[in-house]
Design a protein around this ligand. Sequence first.
Ligand SMILES: Cc1cc2nc3c(=O)[nH]c(=O)nc-3n(C[C@H](O)[C@H](O)[C@H](O)COP(=O)(O)OP(=O)(O)OC[C@H]3O[C@@H](n4cnc5c(N)ncnc54)[C@H](O)[C@@H]3O)c2cc1C
Ligand SMILES: NC(=O)c1ccc[n+]([C@@H]2O[C@H](COP(=O)([O-])OP(=O)(O)OC[C@H]3O[C@@H](n4cnc5c(N)ncnc54)[C@H](O)[C@@H]3O)[C@@H](O)[C@H]2O)c1
Length: 468
Amino acid sequence: MSDFDYDVLVIGAGPGGYVAAIRAAQLGLKTACAESRETLGGTCLNVGCIPSKAMLHASEYFDAAANGAMAKMGVEVTPKLNLEAMHGQRKDAVKQLTGGIEFLFKKNKVTWFKGRAAFEDAHTVKVGDETVTAKNVVIATGSSVTELKGVEVDNDKGVVVDSTGALELAAVPKKMVVIGGGVIGLELGSVWRRLGAEVTVVEFLDQLLPGMDGDVRKEAAKIFKKQGMELRLSTKVTGCTVKGKKATLTLEPADGGESEALEADCVLVSIGRRPNTEGLGLDAIGLETNRRGQIETDHDFRTKVDGVWAIGDVIPGPMLAHKAEDEGIAVAENIAGQTGIVNHAVIPSVVYTWPEIAGVGLTEEQAKEKAQETGVKVGKFPMLANSRAKTNHEPEGFVKVIADAETDRVLGVWCIASVAGTMIAQAAQAMEFGATSEDIAYTCHAHPTHSEAIKEAAMAVTGKPIHI
Ligand SMILES: Cc1cc2nc3c(=O)[nH]c(=O)nc-3n(C[C@H](O)[C@H](O)[C@H](O)COP(=O)(O)OP(=O)(O)OC[C@H]3O[C@@H](n4cnc5c(N)ncnc54)[C@H](O)[C@@H]3O)c2cc1C
Ligand SMILES: NC(=O)c1ccc[n+]([C@@H]2O[C@H](COP(=O)([O-])OP(=O)(O)OC[C@H]3O[C@@H](n4cnc5c(N)ncnc54)[C@H](O)[C@@H]3O)[C@@H](O)[C@H]2O)c1
């Protein structure tokens, strides 16, 4: 008989937590999961990946009909927006997928404790009125929106919103200002631009999409501008006043200077996310967070406190659902005494705009820094020269393969293409298997597919692409 109620208690049922709980149960461990939301699935399923993709997908159809892309292919329609129905299909997707996790919990015999969890000691957690003990506790509490001083979010009013509010706007704003030219700003800014809003993106840095390859960032800015987004780079927001249904923002150059006013019907604050550790009782177990508020772990996802593990957005690394999921599997396997590993060097990232923007591994800048002695070789191939993209009227973007000049080992792959999110999976797999650019170049790719651009970019590493 165990001294504890459970072998594993996971706190948080996002992609990290629910996957960890299911894997732990599959491995024969008695498992419970504490989640304070009314539905399972965390940020990703409830207010993140899934609802944003539902709105991106639907608005892409509207845009294709409205901007002449469909007419170009002989399909002439005048679209009429039914925003309520568009929100309806978003809500349906969320309901079905969060319900699906509840089904999987039942199927795998994972007990769900509804309520906020807080540590009493390393093996005792209070969830609402209940006290639960577990031999292992996994912290998978995720992250929340970072607030911007002086710009108060009120999602109910719909004038100054965060990503959750921006998914649910009841009407298309005439003028929308997005603060932060990162992933959320560009995805949700794209949704409302496609539906008719004039969108201005205010970004503190001199380029959009920090962390991505330099060429990709430049090309993305060109594409978004061409689509009609106004970009105010190297600019910061220093204040906001709201009167009725209008907001007035105060803008300043990032390194100081004269301020100006910018009016909007809707302001989206999307300047990043911060780890959720407040109220978790970390003091009670003597666990400290780092400078960025994250919980540090070792390679196996163990924290400094024996029996307490952590995964997902609450620990360092990219805040991505698939990273959290892989860590969920690995932590459960490690708890079960197996060897759970996540290769953090090969985590793809995708921006689901049109075209999509995706990358895996090092940027060209990072690769040059890292391979200073051997140097790097770069092969680039434009989507304009890819037969499928050209036929589909999708000429924008390129693929870039970065390889070590001496070993030819692929160090990074970057794509801007309509289906870049799907294409990047093959690059991740190749890198996971330690592929060289030659391995990719000599792999037979089906024709006509967008993926052939990856093969050609790999061929371009040695200067021998066929179609340019
Ligand atoms: C608008 C938006 C779009 C996104 N799109 C994508 C995308 O397309 N692809 C992608 O990879 N990533 C995307 N992300 C990021 C992705 O949602 C996160 O990286 C992912 O959800 C992190 O998973 P997690 O399990 O670590 O945490 P979360 O999903 O944040 O889940 C943590 C859960 O823990 C619960 N919780 C917190 N504290 C407690 C407590 N004390 N007690 C009980 N429960 C608690 C929370 O209620 C939450 O449900 C998006 C995010 C946003 C906001
Ligand atoms: N497709 C996806 O995978 C996806 C989609 C949405 C969100 N996410 C995840 O959610 C997280 C949060 O997304 P996000 O877009 O909020 O953050 P982000 O870090 O991607 O971008 C925030 C941007 O805001 C800028 N910024 C910061 N402070 C500013 C200020 N005061 N004024 C103007 N600009 C400012 C930053 O320079 C940065 O460009 C990201 O880490 C991302 O990984 C992923």
